[in-house]
Design a protein. Sequence first.
Length: 274
Amino acid sequence: MPDIWKYIRKENLPHIWCAGCGHGIVMGAVIRAIDRAGLDQDKTVVVSGIGCSSRAPGYLDFNTLHTTHGRALAFATGIKLARPELNVVVITGDGDLAAIGGNHFIHACRRNIGITTVCFNNSIYGMTSGQYSPMTPKQKLASTAPYGNIDRAFDLCELAKASGATYVARSTTYHTTMLINQVTKGLKRQGFSFIEALSQCPTYYGRRNRLGAGAAMMEWYRDNALTAQAYTKIAPEERGEKFVIGDLYAADEPEYTQEYQKIIDRLAGGGAAG
């Protein structure tokens, strides 16, 4: 078992997450994955934006940045370009990543830059009292959708794949072993890795939608998560709220900072710019 306490700033505890929130489970999975991947603690950078999930770097004993709303990937891109030898991890939420940060997300995927991004998806803007996010399911209630959300939610994994990410996976706080394995794979790969972690918010999402406490919401993940193979065997009209978890996509493509270094090396050697 890893000594997870060496990765935690104990002086910043207790944390501020609500009782039953899944974000501590996801943060624990990230810590265990970093330990399993054997990353150098002093050469690992964790970057976040704004939101409930983005409080995590305050508890993590790495080089950490708590940046502006939606801009975690922009800061992380700058770090990776300036210091490509560093391990760069982005922790973000569904609103932070998919709304104000959406453009940074698709371009980080497109570039295939060597960043591992973990989205703590709790389907709501939890820090600001429960407004609906780009990941709030249709017909679910939120403070800004008191009669039901009419927007369709993104499929962030399909968006990441279509935009050029070279490793894409999804898991939940119930499927913790799977989540640790997925983050570990993402950390070990070259290029842009994206892991979506479904994380319960009993305070603002669960309470308003009468989904019960944190444990009940995790049981809902257990009962509705399916592998891609199992999901395809169900008729579309019978799928309801079922969703797919697992490793969803992997490909080998050139990593951005390595391609950039080739240009530098060529110019340093007197090669043509074109």
